[in-house]
Design a protein around this ligand. Structure first.
Ligand SMILES: Cc1cc2nc3c(=O)[nH]c(=O)nc-3n(C[C@H](O)[C@H](O)[C@H](O)COP(=O)(O)OP(=O)(O)OC[C@H]3O[C@@H](n4cnc5c(N)ncnc54)[C@H](O)[C@@H]3O)c2cc1C
Length: 494
């Protein structure tokens, strides 16, 4: 994509956003719950985006809402780091990008008047560090990759290979956002395959599999041997209409904070839920704080706690066996991100911004400060899967030194400008226990139907309970869906 096309896409995306604003400047996005016929008492577990949007819409609909949040802040996995950086710089520990087809995220950012800015498109020429070599390349044809590709694959380039091996399969998936998807039993074969098996079965050479996994397919779970090909295909299907990626200027946490400001009186921070008591006409939760326990009973509970945390919470009477299995078995991707501050952005002499994709343990390098003022810059190096867990086992200063040594291989001479670093392991976070949910081969068909289904008066939301899993869009979509479920459930007979 050249600069003209890039600016054209920015203009188009801006026009579609201002179009939504013109419906009435501060509209709420599509399909909020209708005004409550009978106001209910609703307790929401978690003040991440799923819990916040559910609380926002249920409050608007006239319900009596309380949010219980274990942390001292809102936002959960949307978390902007401002310490220990200089000059007011910041970096994202969690969510960063908003793809242009994530309508709910863009519309809520617009609703709260948060400025957004476009990021360089993913298809722009990027820096790869693979097999010990630096390659500056785009996804186009005839790139000299240090991989053993067939003549046809070299001619196709990365983009062409995506189309050939993956794009061709998407038509047969149906609407991946439809409730109850995947209902077609024919998709079971794809679910049982790992991504690596799928690529090989579609004729990809060993070299092509090795190239396609770098920095992208390997960022989920423990890499391409570990997760369902059907999950990978769903992720691609949802990217079909994406043209650009945006970020919220000033930090992604401005979105959850905006929700939390409007809901301030309803959020109870530092209130970890230790027990859930589902019921058919009401449900209760117990908060454990400073050795004290407090029970709250409500007409409905909306649980947005990640299953990785929920599986250690006492549930009595227990969930159905299918739900309990889904909670217990749903795996989460390990991610350890290390942020390094440099006194100057030496890399700008070569490239205006940095995104590097590598086959090193730190698989992805990204500059968080490309549009932040001042001479200093922050580069992030991210390790996921097995490497993410290995880096997480190191002490804080070893993590920083390790990330610096990896960056030094990609950008020789960089370490002379290094000032300080900090890291975030999502596995270690007691209220996340992982970065985002994924499915091992065979799990999509067996677990997916049971993730969303309510258990009596307990409803479920969160990125894990949405087709847009691993995105803010998934949190918002599932939170709205759970809010509608609450609103549409007939009141219990008293
Ligand atoms: C490394 C990383 C990179 C990402 N990149 C992007 C990106 O670029 N773009 C994008 O759109 N998305 C991205 N995401 C995904 C996005 O951040 C999540 O999908 C979304 O924020 C999840 O929201 P949620 O409400 O479902 O869960 P959470 O944000 O996890 O909210 C759940 C809340 O429940 C609370 N909680 C947990 N246990 C308890 C308990 N016992 N009692 C009370 N409260 C509890 C937690 O503290 C938390 O606040 C990324 C995530 C990670 C981790």
């Amino acid at each position: 994509m050249n600069r003209r096309e890039f600016l054209g896409r920015v203009a188009l995306a801006a026009a579609s956003l201002s179009g939504c604003a013109s419906l009435g400047t501060r509209t709420t996005p599509d399909s909020p719950p209708a005004q409550a016929r009978a106001p209910r008492k609703v307790v929401i577990l978690g003040a991440g985006l799923a819990g916040l949007v559910a609380a926002h819409e249920l409050t608007q609909a006239g319900h009596d809402v309380t949010i219980l949040e274990a942390r001292a802040r809102p936002g959960g996995r949307v978390h902007t780091l401002r310490e220990p950086f200089s000059d007011g710089l910041h970096a994202e520990a969690g969510a960063l990008f908003i793809p242009s087809n994530h309508q709910l995220t863009l519309q809520y950012a617009n609703f709260f008047s948060l400025p957004i800015r476009p990021n360089p498109p993913l298809s722009a020429p990027g820096l790869f560090y693979v097999r010990g070599q630096r390659v500056v390349a785009n996804w186009g044809p005839n790139v000299e990759w240090p991989f053993d590709l067939t003549a046809d694959e070299t001619k196709l380039g990365v983009g062409g290979m995506w189309e050939k091996y993956i794009g061709a399969e998407l038509e047969g998936l149906g609407d991946v956002t439809a409730p109850g998807w995947p209902s077609d039993p024919g998709l079971e074969t794809l679910d049982r395959m790992s991504v690596a098996e799928f690529l090989r079965s579609r004729g990809a050479s060993q070299g092509a599999v090795a190239l396609l996994r770098v920095g992208f397919l390997d960022l989920v779970g423990d890499g391409i041997d570990s997760y369902s090909a059907l999950l990978m295909l769903r992720r691609f299907a949802l990217r079909r209409t994406e043209s650009l990626r945006f970020s919220i200027t000033g930090g992604a946490d401005r979105l959850p904070r905006a929700f939390a400001t409007t809901l301030a009186a309803r959020i109870r921070y530092q209130s970890p839920v230790v027990r859930i008591e589902p019921g058919e006409t009401s449900a209760s939760v117990v908060i454990g704080r400073d050795g004290q326990h407090q029970r709250l009973t409500a007409d409905h509970i909306v649980c947005t706690i990640p299953f990785s945390v929920l599986k250690s919470i006492d549930v009595s009477p227990s969930f159905s066996p299918q739900k309990a299995r889904a909670v217990d078995q749903l795996p989460y991707t390990s991610s350890t991100r290390v942020y390094l501050q440099f006194r100057r952005k030496a890399w700008t002499s070569e490239r205006p911004y940095v995104t590097a994709t590598t086959d090193l343990p730190m698989k992805w390098v990204f500059e968080h400060t490309a549009s932040q003022p001042g001479p200093r810059g922050i580069l992030e190096a991210q390790a996921t899967g097995v490497d993410g867990r290995r880096v997480a086992q190191m002490g804080e200063s070893d993590r920083v030194q390790f990330a610096l040594s990896q960056l030094q291989r990609i950008f020789p001479g960089l370490s002379g400008d290094f000032e300080r670093g900090v890291s975030k392991s999502w596995d270690e976070d007691p209220w996340a226990r992982g970065a985002f949910a994924y499915f091992r081969p065979g799990q999509m068909l067996s677990l997916l139907p049971h993730i969303v289904r309510p258990e009596g008066r307990v409803h479920f939301a969160g990125e894990h309970a949405s087709p847009w899993s691993a995105w803010m869009e998934g949190a918002l979509e599932s939170g709205l869906r759970a809010a509608r479920e609450v609103n549409e459930t007939p009141p219990a007979a008293r």
